[in-house]
Design a protein around this ligand. Structure first.
Ligand SMILES: [Zn+2]
Length: 233
């Protein structure tokens, strides 16, 4: 007799800058006690700790070169091999290319990694994101961050924390810079959206709703509506 355990659910989150994907990944991971692999953080940590793919990546970073895609795949696979990733998980920032998606598909096709696989696409109108992100202002004196739409200072252009007059906008938050970032994201991600759409595993969620509504929509899509955590470990 073998013990009956429910199969894990593996998820990938896609979403443009400003759509709240990282926030949702962390909220949902906390609700269901799951690990999130944030690929950017994983790469930085692998390089810092050294060993395996981290050492290979370091040699590129040290001479100012991009880490080759196959080494990024190696780092992702090393992370997924760790004990905390043997149950359900969420990936944020991986895969970012078809080659990476194929590597992940091969990983999930192994019998010991059997389970459900769902890709959540956080959809948002680009111009709505431009207006959300370009509303971000920062106090040059104490670095407090405001948003003219969602978190304005009590008095316009005056820092509520330190009283400094004259809030500024970072270069990265200028509308044209944001539009370029969104365009780059879209070009990079569309082939992956098509790849997963063809496989019937893609779920699209309206990311411009209230945070709690978005969380509930993702949990419904993943079948986690009853608040029962998923089995893992
Ligand atoms: Zn201030």
């Amino acid at each position: 007799m073998t013990e009956t355990t429910s199969l894990p659910t593996r998820t990938v989150f896609f979403g443009p800058p400003g759509a709240g994907k990282g926030t949702q990944a962390n909220l949902i991971a906390a609700h269901h006690d799951l690990p999130v692999m944030d690929m950017g953080a994983t790469i930085r940590k692998a390089i810092k700790q050294g060993g395996g793919a981290g050492d290979k990546a370091k040699s590129y970073v040290e001479r100012g070169a991009l880490v080759p895609p196959e080494i990024v795949i190696e780092m992702a696979m090393e992370r997924l091999a760790q004990p905390e990733f043997q149950g359900s998980w969420i990936l944020d920032g991986f895969p970012r290319s078809i080659a990476q998606a194929e590597a992940l598909e091969a990983y999930l096709a192994q019998p010991e990694h059997a389970g459900r696989f769902v890709v959540v696409n956080f959809h948002a109108d680009p111009e709505a994101l431009v207006s959300r992100l370009s509303g971000r202002l920062i106090c040059p004196q104490c670095a407090t961050v405001y948003n003219t739409q969602s978190n304005p200072p009590a008095q316009a252009d005056v820092c509520s924390e330190c009283g400094h007059h004259g809030l500024t906008r970072r270069k990265d938050d200028e509308p044209e810079v944001i539009r370029t970032r969104l365009q780059v994201y879209s070009e990079e991600t569309q082939p992956l959206i098509d790849f997963y759409s063809q496989r019937g595993v893609l779920v699209t969620v309206d990311a411009m709703q209230e945070i709690g509504t978005v969380t509930a929509a993702v949990e419904t899509a993943l079948g986690w509506t009853n608040g029962v955590g998923t089995a893992h470990g």
